[in-house]
Design a protein. Sequence first.
Length: 595
Amino acid sequence: MIKNKLIWTSIVATVFLACNELDVPPINIVGDREAFTSESGITAYMARLYRDLPIEDFMTNAGGMRSNPEGSVQDYTDETMNPNPRRGNLSGTDFNYWNYAPVRNMNYFLQEFPAYADAFPASTVDAWLGEIYFLRAYHYYAMVKRYGGIPIVKEVLNYTGQSVDELKRPRDREADCIDFILSDLDEAIRLLPVSSLAAGRANRHIAYGMKARVALYAASVAKYGAVQLNGLLGIPAELARGYFQTAFDAAAATAAGGYELYNKGGDPAANYSNIFLDQSSTENMFVKYFKYPDYAHHFELFMIPWQIRGAQNYSSRGNPTVDFIERFDDIDGNPFILETGTDDAPVLYADRMDLFAKAEPRLKGIVIFPGDEYKGVVIDVRKGIVEAGRAITDMTSTDSFNDEYNGMTYQGASGMGYNETTSTGFYMRKWLNPAIPRSEVSLDRTETPWIEMRYAEMLLIRAEAGMELQSFGDASKVDDAVACMKAIRERAGARREYTASDLTVDLVRKERRMELFFENKIFWDLKRWRTFDREFSNREMKVLWPIYVWDEQKYYMKKTVFTEFRYTFQPILYYQKVPEAEIQKNTLLVQNPGY
């Protein structure tokens, strides 16, 4: 089994410090002789380039690539909701990434390193060059999926003292940028070995996986988007079929890397949770690792249920919504609709968990339900109490954990109402590690790795591309799509099986939204499908209020909407605003429409 895990720990001495600085001289002051004449010099150069990858991990938020996980992309879909959604709707500057500095370092390597290549084995040289092409493609894709066409710069631009105009480049068409990215990935595939030179480095099959992602994005934009600004935005519709085929072929090629779905048997809910914790997982393709104290994060601190929080008193910054939960089927294959009744005719439950008795195992592996067990304790979520003899709508609820009714706190040990407790009734389970002791739930302490690419995504790309090709008259991939969906759903514990006659693109998209929850994929999917503005127009998220009915000694699980936050996605946001500072520096840049 090939293990390709991006380990952001020691490469030469301490590579990544807590302050995010490389513990080797910066690239721009290291001479070519020091950087390019020894393997340790190349390793240091590569370490910086890998560190600079714009991987959207645990700490990605609207304000920048690395910060607290608040206002993250999941909060602008129906995946999660922050307990205090203060940001409001997206703007064209959220989740920005316009950064050519790492690209320059890659171009420099491609330009200068060949003069030193004879000192190393040819196969090693090829692998290094393949990595550079892969990394450059990754950077360009991060920018193109945000802005559309950007300037393609393949060489090192140096100021010669004549005029700064010689450094300016206009934006290239989006389709040309996609083809440039795919050509870089083809070079990476040609040059990279099947097995990585070292753990954490790219290999041929990771490059295939990236090619599949990029081609699927391009195909969707071509089919569902529109061409604007003479091609700077959008991709001609006639290119869609070819890109879908490329996506299918590249995703299928990753199977030769020895990857397979993680399935160690036993409880399928626990199995799904362990995908994101078991570092020996055969499903992992490209993984960003953390290591305390050099380079850690604080996802555990910000997401853990309140009653088992760390000493710094943070909790619950991302709560799964009822909208997400009701996306699933139940264990019988029927839609999983939470049966709660109404205020006038409530359904009462002796145990809060009875409401989730038929939840799909995968959902149980993603979400901590109210009354669920985690770390050996019952996660006690309650919105309030209805006193004996009072109308069920006459609930008493507080934001204080000290207020009680006949010895029972109104909001439970993990609450609803306090600003560090769940706002939806649910907590995250996915990515949380129950083995982490409470004393280690703190800022910059968590080492849980971020799985940037896993084999399940490749199966979903094959299924989506295969079903999309059917709309162009090519049904030859439908059986493969059915097989890919079957593998994922069987692992998830889902009962309903699809056939070639009933599988649709929409069902594949639905599966993708369930399987890839909180992996920073769905936000970009909604953009490439061009469904964001239709799905989110004055949208309110649904939440669950567990209300204890005192005279019945049971719970009314009230399903309602979070009225304090409405989300509308404006169509102009399919492309983000080109930063004004970049336009001031380069007057050849054209701003995107609507800004």
